[in-house]
Write a protein that binds this ligand. Structure first.
Ligand code: ADP
Ligand code: MG
Length: 252
């Protein structure tokens, strides 16, 4: 089980401090939510954790390894997988191909050997396909495995993004607004998949979310950001009643 520890995290863009001395810990096997109004720095935080942005100052440690100097592919190889606020799938490929691409780093034989249909590569390929089917079933997209992504509903595509992250066999999942733009039924379904990812697969989850209901249902701990600063942290029911949090959301 893996712990993520963020300390003193500061990110400055020209003339703007997007994150200011932020600290939090994601305990092993837990769901930790990062919430806050628009522009609070939530996505910036994700982009630093996944290696897309560089931290100006501070430290991000995952299982004792410092992540701030590492490239995105190295961070993913350590078992940290992410989804994006806006869907980032290959739209012309099938669901299965998207999930196989998600397993790229796990493929020992490599795609060239697989393409040449060498026997060891074929066996490995078959194993990956079987696992991809299991993951597709887990998130409820198995029936679409042979379908191109472009024709699928928004809700299915969002679940597929989660499946693609799970295809990396991560120990920590970073989910950026997983239910944004979804209707009520799709939200309930996604919440259930996230709950099971933690319960059945044992992954730790860092969740950036706008939907307070989702946060209340899923999170063990919540960190609240406003204008790049941490203004509260604790269990969801406590944080929800915190006057500073209420003020931030009301824009006061
Ligand atoms: P949130 O996800 O909480 O809505 P963001 O992390 O996207 O907030 O943005 C925090 C602040 O940082 C915003 O003021 C945003 O405009 C700014 N910001 C984010 N990314 C960049 C960037 N690449 N360059 C300059 N400013 C950025
Ligand atoms: Mg955002």
């Amino acid at each position: 089980m893996s712990e993520l520890t963020v300390t003193g995290l500061t990110v400055r863009f020209a003339g703007l401090t997007a994150l200011d001395d932020v600290a939090f810990t994601v305990a092993p096997g837990s769901v930790h939510a990062v919430i806050g109004p628009n522009g609070a720095g939530k996505s910036t935080c994700f982009n630093v954790l996944s290696g897309v942005y560089k931290a100006t100052e501070g430290s991000v440690r995952f299982d004792g390894t410092e992540l701030t100097a590492l490239r995105p592919d190295k961070i993913a190889a350590l078992g940290v997988a992410r989804t994006f606020q806006n869907i980032a799938l290959s739209r012309n490929l099938t669901v299965e191909s998207n999930l196989m691409l998600g397993r790229h780093r796990l493929t020992k034989a490599g795609f060239v050997a697989a393409g040449l249909r060498l026997p060891h590569a074929c066996r490995e390929d078959a194993r990956h396909r079987a696992r991809v089917r299991e993951i597709a079933r887990f998130v409820g997209v198995e029936e679409y495995l042979a379908a191109p992504v472009a024709g699928l509903s928004y809700g299915v595509q969002k679940r597929l993004e989660l499946a693609r992250a799970l295809a990396l066999e991560p120990r920590l999942l970073l989910l950026d607004e997983p239910v944004a733009g979804m209707n009520g039924a799709e939200r309930v379904r996604m919440a259930e998949v996230i709950r099971r990812a933690r319960a059945d697969l044992g992954v730790s989850i860092l969740l950036v979310e706008h939907d307070m209901g989702m946060v209340m249902r899923l999170a063990d701990q919540v960190t609240v950001l406003n204008f790049g600063k941490r203004i509260a942290s604790g269990p969801p029911d406590e944080v929800q009643r915190d006057p500073a949090v209420i003020r931030a959301y009301l824009g006061g």
